[in-house]
Ligand binder design. Sequence first.
Ligand SMILES: Cc1ncc(COP(=O)(O)O)c(C=O)c1O
Length: 378
Amino acid sequence: MFHFDNIIDRSQSSCEKWDKYKGLDVIPAWVADMDFRSPPCVIDALQKRVNEGVFGYTSVDAQTFDAIINFVHKRYGWKIEKEWILFTHGVVSSMNIACKSVGGESVLMTTPIYPHFTKAPKNMGQKVIAAPMIEKDGRWCIDFDALERLSKYSSKLFMLCNPYNPGGTVFTQKELTQLCAFCLEHNLIICSDEIHADLILNPNAKHIPIASLDERIAQQSITLMAPSKSFNIAGLQSSFVIIPNPILRGQFQKTMGNTIGGINLLGITAMRVAYEQGEPWLEALLVYLRENLHMVEQFVTKNPQLRLLSQDATFLAWIDATSLHVKSPYEFFLQHGVGLSDGAHFGDKNFVRLNFGTNKKTLKTILKRMQKAMDSLQ
Ligand SMILES: Cc1ncc(COP(=O)(O)O)c(C=O)c1O
């Protein structure tokens, strides 16, 4: 019904992912967007909106709020209210606003992590206090002992990434409950980036919005969500923020001020339709991504110098290349024609991140080239 195998030429569409290596024999597998067309319902709705031909300032209608509220309730069992929702042009903008509006000299988080987590506090003149993730039973986990030690810095904000990027850990109810207890004890606001929530690949994992766990934590939380990864509409720059506590929400809104302008009308149209009608496409996508992850796992199993810990979510495989003993695993694979994300940008140069959100033919070529690279070491 949906055609994820189709090969889309993105080289002529001002596409950041493919333009990075324009003119070179390098297949890009870095930035987190997928090489798939968005759901047909989204494309149809955008076409209809474009045909109207009037693109003035826009507002968010009741139908859009309902689409968001229903989607979050249906997928995560979390009942949110219209008043709690604010709109921004992207999760990264929201992260920066959260740091500024909560304030404090430092911001607590875990590392390695998606680079904008560490950039946002620095942009606001705050220090980053980071607890390295640890490996436990084959998955990346939060080191609560390290967090406890770092609580002496008296940060006001903990920035959580769930599902985790990189590595794709989906935190369990037990882990989130422990994190809630820690944040309540140390009076930390949680800013929870849940942009990858819809992309759960492990059938035994379940995304739980941290704010849905406990009313007290809901009152100390800023949750960041977006349809951009799930429905491949990152270029439409539309995301939303859920803040149940009116004081915290007021601070966030005040910080936004006029720096974040109005809503992008095409982005908001796409968001509404994706949430209202896009679920069959999303479910089919998850099946396809699970198959792709399996191909990556098979490749890693064949190459014992590489390691992939248990990945619950996202189309981004976090590969440990420490045992290759090359100066830069990113450069090494680049020389063999694959443009991965450099682990150094996330905080560990011994890793690379492979975006497998592409058609199987391209993924096969990527893995073939990476295999050639591995073979060259023998
Ligand atoms: C964890 C995480 N947060 C935020 C973003 C970017 O969000 P946006 O494009 O909405 O700013 C990404 C993109 O890769 C991401 O992985």
